[in-house]
Design a protein. Structure first.
Length: 199
């Protein structure tokens, strides 16, 4: 497949990739961004967190963070531009059963799990960008237009107040964010006030 792709128009297939935040899918991304692989042609990347009714293991989050950092580092080191054109964050919900499928967050009954996965996906992805040094040159989309899902304002404000954004987003042209109210409204307002004072 890769030999054929290297000969012509099939290379366009490798410029877009939707990576589900699961061990198998992130491991695949690490592999296809290895030395001499066509995954380094990636320009438009979507990271999709998966909400479900089961327990979310904190150690799994650490593993995902390490693996995604490695994939992003591969792109920074091996791609021609050293960055992505666009990065998009999404959440899908897994409905358990014989015909297990992924659905939009609006079709999933556990709203709190959707919000938890949205925050976890954001933190893992932004952490991997920061550690790898990978740039997002043009567009960052954080759940924009996704029904039934938004990023709580506290993690977003914490990120923009503490992160050194220029390294990863110095040439960013478009930022699209869908935000939701924090679970703890008073804490969210206090965090917003602190951020405004620091800016």
């Amino acid at each position: 497949m890769e030999d054929k792709a290297s000969q012509g128009c099939f290379t366009a297939h490798f410029k877009h990739r939707n990576v589900e935040l699961t061990e198998d899918k992130i491991d695949d991304m690490v592999e296809v961004t290895g030395q001499g692989r066509l995954g380094i042609l990636l320009q438009h990347c979507t990271i999709t967190g998966i909400a479900h009714d089961g327990y979310m293991d904190p150690e799994e989050t650490e593993d995902f963070s390490w693996m995604l950092t490695q994939a992003f580092y591969n792109l920074k080191r091996r791609s021609s531009s050293g960055g992505l054109v666009s990065l998009c964050l999404r959440v899908a919900a897994r409905i358990e059963g014989p015909g297990e499928v992924l659905v939009e967050p609006t079709e999933f009954s556990n709203w709190r799990n959707v919000q938890t996965v949205a925050e976890r996906t954001f933190n893992i992805t932004m952490g991997a960008l920061r550690k790898s040094g990978l740039r997002v040159d043009e567009e960052l989309d954080i759940y924009y237009g996704l029904q039934g899902c938004g990023l709580a304002c506290i993690p977003f404000l914490r990120f923009v107040s503490k992160a050194k954004l220029k390294r990863n987003f110095g040439t960013l042209k478009i930022l699209k964010v869908s935000m939701s109210a924090p679970h703890d409204y008073e804490a969210g307002m206090a965090m917003m006030g602190q951020t405004l004072q620091q800016s």
